[in-house]
Design a protein around this ligand. Structure first.
Ligand code: NAP
Ligand code: COA
Length: 315
């Protein structure tokens, strides 16, 4: 074989034969786009596309009337999607929908509590009637506060589990029949508490750990119909209700930043970019992943909330 590979009748060494063999293999070249835009981009050495287009796609955001989830809704609106935002407050959802329309999107705001499966079902059906099958489902409704477990009432614990964990289950289960199959992207909004034991956060830790596991189980159950299920676990994100509650003083905020290896708070865009990526064809082989977008803060483990705790009676 080695002699035959040389093509000259001369016997080759094993390494020479390997090189000859590899050279002889067909090397398919990626097809080049010949459009003017692509040529310009190649000349400037720019990536072929900055933001994937979601033109005409239906994006449903549970808990989408403020903060991180609204930031995600706005990013999809800018990328051309039709966007539905759902949360409890009728004023907040209407205001959020108006803001999305101002970005050029078709948008719907629906008031519903994720703890009420009938209300969630009605909201999903209304959105489906307006914009059709759901291409991207974001489940991010949540409630949180700092409380030592010993002082947390059963109803306090239950309230957070009901909103974050049970609420996410209602949203995902009831949306399933209305998802675009194959192709839909489902994203749960988790938190570092899902993996990092965090003092005074027993309710949020239990809820978000449940969401992480639900992400993995549903990725397995829904993979065969072409629905991908992932989660984003944001780190400390500036100017959000979550941070106002978990870092209520300037010192606590400074500590939060100091705990991030990248030494800054995250932004709404940091999270929205990951949601766009996870819902794009480029992430077509990603499912069941819980992805920290946290400047590396989860590498340092759970934050100690004791310094941020203000007893309710003193607040
Ligand atoms: P936020 O602005 O308070 O967002 C929570 C959203 O959920 C609001 O739109 C709220 O609107 C809605 N909501 C709350 N309870 C609901 C219920 N029972 N039914 C329906 N909607 C409900 O807070 P955020 O800080 O941006 O947090 C957004 C998500 O990111 C949450 O899942 C949170 O756990 C996660 N997260 C945040 C951070 C952070 O640094 N902020 C870090 C890690 C993870 P209504 O009041 O109108 O219901
Ligand atoms: N410490 C301890 N317990 C608390 C608490 C706190 N800071 N805040 C609320 N609770 C308890 C209440 O005492 C009550 O229990 P009880 O009946 O035994 O007294 C229980 O939680 C429910 O409170 P309630 O105010 O009736 O709940 P709600 O459904 O109106 O609101 C919350 C839900 C409490 C989570 C509220 O903070 C909320 O709406 N949050 C949404 C915004 C948010 O948290 N954003 C950040 C997301 S990370």
């Amino acid at each position: 074989v080695l002699t035959r590979l040389s093509g000259t009748g001369k016997k080759l060494s094993a390494s020479e034969a390997l090189v000859t063999f590899i050279k002889a293999l067909p090397h398919p070249q990626p097809e080049k786009c010949r459009g003017a835009r692509c040529k310009r981009r190649r000349r400037k050495n720019l990536p072929m596309s900055e933001t994937p287009s979601f033109a005409g796609r239906h994006v449903f955001v549970a808990g989408g009337s403020s903060g991180i989830n609204l930031g995600i809704a706005q990013a999809f609106a800018r990328a051309g999607a039709h966007v539905t935002v759902m949360s409890r407050s009728p004023d907040k959802v209407q205001q959020a929908a108006e803001g999305l329309r101002a970005l050029g999107a078709q948008a719907l705001g629906i008031s519903a509590d994720v703890r009420d499966p009938a209300a969630v079902d009605a909201a999903l059906r209304q959105a489906h009637a307006q914009f059709g099958e759901i291409d991207v489902l974001i489940s991010g409704a949540a409630g949180n506060f700092i409380a030592p477990a010993a002082d947390l009432s059963p109803n306090g614990f239950k309230t957070v589990i009901d909103i974050d964990l049970n609420g996410s289950f209602h949203v995902l289960r009831l949306a399933y029949p209305l998802l675009k199959k194959p192709g839909a992207s489902v994203i749960n909004i988790s938190a570092p508490q899902g993996v990092n034991p965090t003092m005074y956060q027993v309710h949020a830790c239990a809820a978000k750990a449940g969401i992480d596991m639900m992400t993995r189980v549903l990725a397995m159950e829904w993979g065969e119909v072409g629905v991908r299920v992932n989660a984003i676990a944001p780190g400390p994100i500036g100017d959000t209700e979550g941070m106002r509650r978990l870092a209520p003083t300037p010192e606590a905020l400074a500590n939060a930043v100091a705990s991030v290896p990248l030494q800054r708070m995250g932004t709404l865009e940091d999270i929205a970019h990951m949601a766009l990526f996870l819902s794009s064809p480029q992430a077509g082989y990603v499912t069941g992943a819980v992805i920290p977008v946290d400047g590396g803060s989860s590498l340092r483990g759970g934050r100690d909330m004791r310094a941020s705790y203000v007893p309710r009676e003193a607040a």
